[in-house]
Design a protein around this ligand. Structure first.
Ligand code: PLP
Length: 366
């Protein structure tokens, strides 16, 4: 059986180091807001290339905290609009609507699966305060056009970097390209913890300070509360594990790239489309293919012992949670959600497994 994402094998790649770090943390008697968190924040800011990194409990909180902070700063007000790709994971959109901001959905480009540059400007209004780009599937969503639009209309650029740790744009890492970025270290991400964890990176000191305060009950120093905050902290165990895994991130991403290269070169089947983000960096968090017979293809692979996932089966505007959008039509987004299938692609995958996936795909016919 070839699992879609065998986390046990991925953790086993560095088991001794991880177990040692966990044991040390357990023995230390210090479990929150300690040295491991401070060290990871420094290492990760350094890796991404920003002056600040604030850790938090998960990726959704990282996004929520960024918008909350901009509201506290008076830069955004309830009712303001934020542009976001329509085919993103729901967390990106939840963070906007939860802060009483209005998500403005923009269709992706079917070739790159990223927000369609040509459609952004027509969605900008007097109330637009930010573009939230999502480096979906591990592909860079940023372009010089987006940077130009943000400058021209004086709006913030925020990155959802949950799926793209290590990705770059013109030599800079995603997560350092805009005003602020949210990162998730959910176990299945390229940089994954052994539980929930997240972070915000930014070069804006005031923003970082407000986010740090908000994430700790709104407390600036012990028992003093200038803001109505929340409890969203990364714990010492996760930070210690992440510091270890960060050392291997570039190597792991390279391994994913080699698998992806083989998929691109060796998958030859007329009913399978490989949407390639040509000219964009890609850390291959997810390797998506499109197939009009997606469900029978998934069944076929399952029969050959190959696990796959769909990212994502129902787009946000078709979810009951966003009933107000259920009748709008976003045909590109809907097509992706109807045809997308994600192939196994991870740092512990062997050449034999990659070959088996390719062979099975090439043998499929509807
Ligand atoms: C995983 C993910 C998130 C949320 O991260 P959590 O840590 O699970 O809260 C946000 N956005 C995108 C695009 C994601 O893939």
């Amino acid at each position: 059986m070839i699992d879609y994402l065998p986390l046990k094998r991925i953790t086993a790649m560095h088991l001794d180091e991880i177990q040692q770090a966990v044991a040390q943390t357990v023995a230390s008697g210090w479990y929150l807001q300690g040295e491991s968190v401070a060290r990871f924040e420094k290492e990760y800011a350094n890796y991404i290339g920003t002056s600040h990194c604030v850790s938090c409990a998960n990726g959704l909180d990282a996004l929520r905290l960024i918008f909350r902070a901009y509201i506290e700063m008076g830069i955004m007000r309830p009712g303001d609009e934020v542009i976001v790709p329509a085919n993103t994971y729901i967390a990106s959109i939840l963070a906007i609507s939860e802060n009483n901001l209005i998500p403005v959905l923009v269709e992706p480009d079917i070739d790159t699966l990223q927000i369609d540059n040509r459609l952004i400007e027509s969605h900008i209004t007097a109330r637009t305060r930010a573009i939230l780009i999502v480096h979906l599937y591990g592909r860079c969503a940023h372009t010089t056009n987006i940077a130009r639009l943000c400058q021209k209309h004086k709006i913030r650029l925020i990155e959802d970097n949950a799926q793209a740790h290590g990705c770059t744009f013109e030599g800079k890492r995603t997560g350092s390209l805009g005003d602020a970025a949210a990162h998730s270290f959910y176990p299945g991400k390229n940089l994954g913890a052994l539980g929930d964890a997240g972070a915000i990176t930014t070069n804006n000191e005031q923003l970082a300070q407000i986010i740090r305060t908000l994430a700790n009950y709104g407390s600036s120093r012990k028992y003093v509360f200038p803001l109505k905050g929340m409890n969203s902290r990364m714990d010492e165990l996760q930070a210690a594990v992440l510091s270890i895994k960060l050392k291997y991130l570039d190597r792991d991403n390279l391994h994913r790239k080699r698998i992806a290269q083989r998929f691109v070169e060796e998958i030859k089947n007329r009913c399978i489309i490989l949407p390639q983000a040509v000219g964009r960096d890609n850390v291959n968090h997810i390797f998506p293919i499109l197939c009009p017979h997606r469900n029978s293809l998934q069944q076929h692979l399952q029969t050959h012992g190959i696990g796959t996932l769909i990212h994502y089966p129902i787009p946000p505007h078709r979810q009951q949670a966003y009933a107000e959008w259920n009748n709008i039509s976003l045909p590109i987004t809907e097509k992706i959600h109807n045809q997308e299938l994600s192939l196994p692609c991870h740092p512990a995958m062997t050449d034999e497994e990659t070959t088996a996936v390719i062979d099975s795909l090439n043998r499929f016919h509807e």
